[in-house]
Design a protein around this ligand. Structure first.
Ligand code: N01
Length: 541
């Protein structure tokens, strides 16, 4: 068993390890830190990638950037780490986030618990031993008491199939599995997909490609991101106020580091709306535009229309060709995703950019030299980039062979849509803690990840202190949580827009609620109430 050697000794009788952690993203790394560095548990961790980073390891496409501001796109748990933070601009690029995560891994010596380039393919709870049996693609099986899955909210890639795709002689890439050494300079590039990822690749590729063809299925509302350099004084001021910043972030709804508006657009005058939207347009930020301007954009049709109309007017002003502007203008709610980008609409004024509307004129097939639309329009391409998103939230759980009590699979449990308790647990899956599991918060992710990891680390600490074997939620508690998430979601406009937030992007996936949409502050209160109330909703063994 040389491959499984660790420095710690296992406390759980008869097990190889106390805990297995899957994933080396924000969630997995922090779990190793909490369980191993703080509680001295023997932890074994895996990641399919060659190194730490998770989402940020794989998403190396041109233009990849976090749309959360630099000062709050990081861990909050260590003051020292916060003070060491360094950045140049208001937002972090993918290489910057990745280098931050590497620094964290180095600082806390986290890598030594990992086996990289190793995917967990199956995890089965054995009722006789009370342990998880975890199998990897290297054919190894280890046992552990706790199973922590930091599989990523958005990492199971969605690669739609098209007729003739195998005949295409050029290169096909997915943004979520971007290989090293791709050079798009001087190439004829096609991009399918115009979500957060698509808009970033489009703006980054247009200036370097010989020609760029955007295959757009749904037009998008994209506001400016406002990525400006940040001077030392601003950064120093942010660092000096971290105590207040995190207090605000953790009690807010979306955790983006700005005060959410409490003013409804419904009752604001047209002049006031115009003034507030214009100021937000100048300020930049996708979540800011949706949640920092007025408090009812995600809940009131009137407010939503006002925001949508403002963005539509901007599209008409920016895009010179009226036909292109028409194609770029959304006709649905402003509730699909709060997108932002750097002069996204301006890209379509470039002579080397073509917009192909594949809703009106769908992709008929790939040919050896490119893509043909149903009308017969042909696009000659050297590279096709799929920015088609992910089988989000539960995709990774249903793709893995994950079995709880009685051999029940997660795939079966969630066949009518993902369930889950507190965004972390599931009935019949003892001692399984899912980071960003279904029906968890919808926010800037690091603060939600920390919230969850801290909650289950405390829970594990309590169990170890009391000598408890296992914990799992009752089905009733689980059902109640899922119903609560549905009720909250139905108070918003989000379910009315087709997006990955409700699984609408994957053919055949049910329109299920996947998030707790009442915000991080309320979420923290809800999960703390379970802990502080003595875990009344759980079954212990
Ligand atoms: O994925 P998406 P994403 N034919 O599912 C289109 C985070 N993120 O990778 O709208 C043609 O949002 C699809 O069209 P439609 C962020 O949370 C953050 O962009 O379904 N088109 C859509 O345009 C984000 O929300 C950052 O009609 C097809 C696109 O592909 C999440 O990741 C950056 C198609 C998929 O959009 C996911 O974003 C990047 C088909 N068969 C990502 N199938 C930042 O922090 C799909 N599409 C800034």
């Amino acid at each position: 068993r040389s491959m499984t050697k660790t420095l710690e000794t296992t406390k759980t009788k008869g097990a190889d390890f106390d805990a297995v952690v899957v994933g080396a993203g924000f969630g997995g790394l922090y779990s190793v830190y909490k369980l191993r560095n703080e509680q001295s548990l023997n932890v074994k961790a895996y990641d399919g990638a060659g190194d730490v980073g998770g989402t940020w390891f794989w998403n190396r496409y041109p233009g990849a950037l976090s749309d959360t501001e630099s000062f709050v796109y990081r861990y909050s748990f260590s003051g020292e780490l916060l003070q060491k933070g360094h950045w140049k601009n208001r937002y972090l690029t993918q290489p910057e986030v990745l280098s931050y995560m590497n620094e964290v891994a180095d600082t806390y010596d986290l890598r030594r618990s990992y086996e990289f380039n190793t995917r967990v393919t199956a995890a089965r709870f054995n009722e006789k031993t009370g342990l998880w049996h975890v199998t990897t693609d290297k054919g190894q099986t280890v046992t552990a008491k706790y199973l922590i899955t930091g599989l990523g909210l958005l990492s199971a890639t969605n690669l739609p199939t098209f007729k003739g795709i195998d005949s295409f002689k050029g290169q096909i890439l997915h943004t979520g599995a971007w290989p090293e050494g791709v050079d798009l300079k001087g190439k004829r590039v096609g991009i399918i997909g115009t979500g957060s990822t698509g808009t970033q690749v489009i703006t980054a590729t247009a200036p370097i490609a010989k020609h760029l063809t955007v295959f757009q299925r749904s037009p998008q509302y994209v506001v400016p991101i406002g990525n400006t350099p940040q001077d030392e004084a601003t950064i120093a001021a942010q660092k000096a106020s971290y105590d207040d910043i995190w207090k605000q972030v953790k009690s807010s709804a979306v955790a983006f580091g700005f005060e959410e508006s409490t003013i409804p657009a419904e009752t604001a005058t047209p002049e006031e709306r115009e003034r507030v939207f214009e100021a937000a347009w100048q300020r930049g930020g996708g979540f800011y535009f949706m949640f920092g301007t007025f408090c009812d954009i995600a809940t009131s049709q009137i407010a939503n229309d006002a925001a949508a109309d403002f963005i539509k007017k901007k599209i008409r002003q920016i895009v010179k060709d009226p036909e292109t502007a028409r194609k770029l203008t959304p006709t649905d709610l402003y509730a699909k995703r709060p997108l932002c980008g750097s002069d996204y609409y301006g890209v379509y004024n470039r002579p080397n950019v073509t917009l192909a509307d594949v809703k009106a004129d769908p992709i008929a097939e790939f040919t050896p030299t490119g893509i043909r639309q149903e009308s017969g329009a042909e696009h000659e391409l050297d590279v096709v980039i799929f920015a088609t998103g992910f089988d989000a939230v539960d995709g990774n759980y249903t793709r893995m062979d994950l079995r709880g009590r009685g051999g029940v699979t997660m795939r079966d449990k969630w066949k009518d849509g993902p369930l889950g308790y507190l965004g972390m647990m599931e009935a019949d899956f003892p001692n399984l803690f899912m980071i960003l599991g279904p029906n968890g918060p919808f926010t800037n992710l690091p603060p939600s990840i920390e919230t969850q990891v801290e909650w289950f680390s405390d829970t594990i600490k309590m169990m170890e202190a009391k000598g408890l074997k296992s914990i799992e939620p009752t089905e009733a508690a689980r059902d109640e949580w899922v119903a609560l998430c549905r009720t909250i979601a139905d108070m918003t406009l989000f379910p009315k827009a087709d997006s990955w937030i409700f699984g609408a992007n994957i053919p055949g996936k049910k329109n299920a609620v996947m998030f707790y949409l009442a915000g991080l502050g309320n979420y923290r209160a809800a999960i703390d109430a379970v802990k502080d109330g003595g875990y009344q909703t759980m079954i212990f063994n």
